[in-house]
Design a protein around this ligand. Structure first.
Ligand code: GRF
Length: 195
């Protein structure tokens, strides 16, 4: 049985959909939910689902990114995951961290990559006058939001959309494509699927 560690910073809705998908004949189970923020709402959701949790509070490392990443690695490796799934994890990871889990980290990003890497993706798509937006699941490499894309889903941007309205339209798509893509990835399938 493969083991998946999920990293969060907030509410963890993607973590919940990933964890719920790992049942029955699924080849993996969640082995850890880790957050960089002690107050992340997803931690209680994970605990309610019986998933071990951990917190490595980045504010305790006063900008020493390498020390924070080393502490996160120690916390994660205590649970021996096969794959890491970043799910609303709002920290930029060092190349050393990414090298440690080389080829075994996935992320969900709320844009149609390679457009709108980084933050405030929905506001930027609206501002640009785009007709559609969406989300992408990609392999994590040292380039921020730049790794091979494994899945994408698209939604229309409607007249008068606020970033919040657009986010609410995209989020269910995230909850659909991330579990499906994680399962394909665990089965060794690294092809791209456009939903
Ligand atoms: C989502 O928009 C996701 O795309 C981004 O973080 C937001 C919150 O995710 N990575 P979650 O509800 O904490 O999973």
């Amino acid at each position: 049985m493969k083991r998946v560690a999920i990293l969060i910073s907030g509410g963890g809705s993607n973590m919940v959909s990933l964890a719920k998908s790992m049942t029955g004949d699924h080849p993996a189970r969640p082995c850890l939910v880790l957050s960089n923020r002690p107050e992340a709402g997803g931690l209680a959701k994970a605990a309610d689902m019986g998933i071990p949790t951990a917190v490595v509070d980045h504010t305790e490392f006063k900008g020493d990114r390498a020390a924070f990443d080393a502490a996160v690695i120690a916390a994660i490796d205590a649970h021996a995951p096969d794959v890491l799934a970043l799910a609303g994890f709002m920290r930029i990871l060092t190349p050393e961290f990414i090298a440690h889990y080389e080829g075994r980290i996935l992320n969900i990003h709320p844009s149609l990559l390679p457009k709108y890497k980084g933050l405030h993706t929905h506001a930027r798509a609206i501002e640009a006058g785009d007709k559609e937006a969406g989300c992408s699941v990609h392999e994590v490499t040292a380039e921020l939001d730049g790794g091979p894309i494994l899945a994408q889903a698209r939604v229309p941007i409607l007249e008068g959309d606020t970033p919040e309205a657009l986010a609410a339209r995209v989020l269910p798509k995230e909850h659909e494509i991330y579990p499906a893509t994680l399962r394909r990835f665990l089965d060794g399938d690294r092809s791209r699927v456009d939903y």
